[in-house]
Write a protein that binds this ligand. Structure first.
Ligand SMILES: Nc1ncnc2c1ncn2[C@@H]1O[C@H](COP(=O)(O)OP(=O)(O)OP(=O)(O)O)[C@@H](O)[C@H]1O
Ligand SMILES: [Mg+2]
Length: 234
């Protein structure tokens, strides 16, 4: 599940790229869109037919003539469900969504306003969704990063105070915008232009793959860059 109450931080970008990554790696992948803006669903509608299929569920747009459970039904061989959650949810809704997740990713932009808003959001998420006691893995991804800026270091310090893993950072690049237009992900772009972005993604996908959560056994991992891990067990 990809979530942050702050708008425009990269939730849909993260969701669509993750969905295409898993689909391209042979997973039966579902992209579940809870955001009434329908951005992930629109991305999926642009996806070329020759690309690995992603099963879309527009959860924000349930048809009244069919039951909700039928419309939310996953293909039987589903191995990955990536959920795009809208901005600005109240705690109750947030908790409801979080209950369905075994891993939560929070994209954060390195701007003072976003860091401030995200700090509040993450604290609310920890409380409302009881992430720690439910053994849900939570990690933060820095998006649209310009390294060596003071604001980026602020983001690093903020995450360190929450003892949250900071699993990846993505640079600000038109590649994401191009991929979004074409219904593909950064891993499906050919050529050298997106090579650096694919490398940046590999730390996130490695974290996700390394810590797959059967039975949700791992709650938190410490900052992987520091080569240590902090485990908490509910
Ligand atoms: N790393 C990046 N580099 C360049 N542009 C980016 C990057 N990440 C996201 N964007 C662009 O920023 C805009 C907002 O990103 P996105 O739609 O993923 O955010 P969001 O959190 O889903 O927004 P909302 O809260 O409206 O749902 C989009 O136009 C997207 O293409
Ligand atoms: Mg979005």
């Amino acid at each position: 599940m990809v979530v942050n109450s702050k708008g425009g931080c990269g939730k849909t970008t993260l969701t669509t790229n993750l969905a295409s990554y898993y689909a391209a790696h042979g997973h039966t992948t579902v992209l579940m869109d809870h955001d009434p803006q329908g951005s992930s669903t629109r991305w999926l509608s642009q996806r070329p037919v020759e690309r690995p299929r992603i099963h879309g569920i527009a959860a924000y747009q349930m048809r009244p003539d069919m039951t909700r459970s039928f419309q939310m039904k996953l293909p039987p061989d589903t191995t990955r469900v990536i959920i795009d959650v809208p901005s600005g949810l109240n705690d109750l809704k947030l908790a409801e969504h979080a209950r369905q997740a075994d891993t939560i990713l929070v994209p954060v932009l390195p701007s003072p306003i976003d860091i401030h808003a995200s700090a509040h959001f993450i604290q609310a998420l920890l409380l409302a969704a009881r992430v720690r006691s439910k053994n849900i893995r939570l990690a933060v991804v820095a998006n649209r990063v310009r390294e060596h800026t003071e604001v980026f270091h602020k983001l690093e310090r903020f995450l360190a105070t929450l003892k949250l893993p900071f699993v990846a950072k993505f640079r600000d690049t038109q590649n994401y915008i191009r991929a979004a237009q074409d219904g593909i992900g950064i891993f499906e772009m050919t050529g050298a232009a997106a090579q650096r972005d694919r490398e940046q993604w590999s730390s996130l996908t490695a974290w996700l793959d390394r810590n797959e959560a059967p039975g949700r056994e791992v709650v938190f991992l410490g900052d992987h860059r520091a080569g240590h891990s902090l485990r908490e067990t509910g």
